[in-house]
Design a protein around this ligand. Structure first.
Ligand code: SAH
Ligand code: SF4
Length: 415
């Protein structure tokens, strides 16, 4: 199925109802095979009786169906024997996440609210995923956590307490779902039409810039990005995957070594006093340590620069003195600077800098030799812009957790 990202169409239909047929059964509790490394997928196959000497071949077969063809039902795997398909179906799922809403902005940006099963958090959780079409590329903004433990004062997600980490299937599931809905897996099960070469795909780039701090969910994000960048599957080049962090310094080198994706740092301030306020993790890992970790980022070069994100907050961090200081502290680091006009949300305490001031700031930074694009706000009308994401999912109250625990204990006691 293909969906046209035509602005006139988008204007006519700002909110799409999701056809019921596209909604998988809610909260399928079978473990998902999506997002598993090849090794784990092999183990999962062995666990349903695939003989050891066939595991490699079967893993390869499934990998192709899942990530090249994009099927979401075992019955579509034509070259897998029927009894194995049945065994897999009995034990596992490969269903897409449930879509709660799908919205299309007047500018073509799409936002999905997706629901996942509780996985121990007590009730189903919801997260947001955003697709941003641009000239020559399409970027999917993927969430890594439900909520966030950090409390950056300008970020809506920061007002939502962490509910839980997303698992690899839920992270990769966001990419598969977006490719489905955008028509990047046309006719998944038919031999002829399923494969779209990477140049022709609508989802050409992935940024870990949705809800949550990806480096606080390291192992799951690493496994998921390993699957996303696998050359015989989803085949997203690591240069087209960017991980954004608020500055979890001890994990930065490890991310470079083990994930090897592009790095973005949410900098937002050029001195510790202001950064302590805007990005409170700075109290733990101050600017000097953060910038040292950036200088040491594995693979850093002029061809592989770090992006420094800088949100433009009126009267807070947007003076020319700030611009000058920004250039000074980044000296020696191969860098791009991404200026993000502040996106307001209900109750936010900041204002976006005036456009003239953003341009003056950008000019200064440009003249100092840095590429410094101003990130055009996208999808503000559907609340999909940077830092506007927040779901209704809440942590269970302690009283609810206690009640559940008590019920479980009495169930066990009853035998
Ligand atoms: N937690 C990670 C990634 C998600 S946020 C991080 O903080 O890097 C993606 C980007 O949007 C970050 O640079 C973040 O600081 C920025 N951002 C957050 N709230 C914003 C807002 N209201 N307006 C503009 N940018 C915002
Ligand atoms: Fe969390 Fe990033 Fe928002 Fe800070 S900016 S609260 S780290 S999601």
């Amino acid at each position: 199925m293909s969906v046209t990202l035509d602005l006139t169409q988008s204007r006519a239909k700002p909110q799409l109802a999701v056809p019921p047929a596209l909604r998988p059964a809610p909260a399928d509790e079978k473990p998902s095979l999506i997002g598993m490394s090849r090794e784990r997928l092999g183990e999962a196959l062995a666990a349903v009786g695939v003989p050891e000497k066939q595991v490699r071949m079967r893993t390869q077969q499934l990998w192709h169906w899942l990530y090249v063809r994009g099927v979401s039902d075992f019955s579509q795997m034509a070259n897998v024997a029927k009894d194995l398909r049945q065994k897999l179906d009995d034990a596992y799922t490969i269903a897409r996440p449930e879509i709660v809403t799908e919205q299309v902005s007047v500018d073509g940006t799409r936002k999905w609210v997706l629901r996942f099963s509780p996985k121990g958090a007590g009730r189903p959780v919801e997260i947001e995923t955003v697709y941003i079409p641009e000239e020559g590329r399409g970027t999917l903004c993927v969430s890594s956590q439900v909520g966030c433990t950090l409390t950056c004062t300008f970020c809506h997600t920061g007002t939502q307490r962490l509910v839980r980490n997303l698992t690899p299937d839920e992270i990769v599931g966001q990419i598969l779902l977006a490719r489905d809905r955008l028509g990047d897996f046309p006719d998944a099960a038919t031999p002829a039409g399923a494969i779209v070469p990477s140049e022709g795909r609508l989802v050409s780039n992935v940024v870990m810039m949705g809800m949550g701090e990806p480096l606080y969910n390291f192992d799951n994000v690493k496994e998921a990005l390993g699957v996303a960048s696998d050359g015989e599957g989803l085949s997203l080049s690591k240069r087209r995957i960017t991980l954004s962090t608020s500055g979890v310094v001890p994990m930065i080198a490890k991310a470079g070594e083990e994930m090897g994706v592009m790095l973005a740092i949410s900098l937002h301030a050029t001195n510790d006093a202001l950064r302590d306020e805007l990005v409170p993790i700075n109290k733990k890992y101050p600017l000097k340590d953060l910038l040292d970790a950036c200088r040491a980022y594995p693979g850093l070069s002029n061809a592989k620069r770090i992006t420094f994100e800088y949100v433009m907050l009126k009267g807070v961090n947007d003076s020319l003195a700030d611009a000058k200081e920004l250039v000074r502290i980044l000296k020696g680091i191969p860098a791009k600077i991404n200026l993000i006009p502040f996106n307001p949300w209900p109750g936010s305490r900041y204002e976006c800098s005036d456009w003239d001031q953003i341009e003056r700031f950008a000019d200064f930074v440009n003249q100092a030799g840095y590429a410094s694009p101003i990130r055009t706000p996208r999808g503000r009308d559907i609340f999909a812009a940077c830092g506007q994401l927040k779901s209704e999912s809440e942590r269970m109250r302690k009283s609810e957790r206690d009640a559940m625990e008590a019920a479980r204990i009495s169930e066990l006691a009853a035998g």
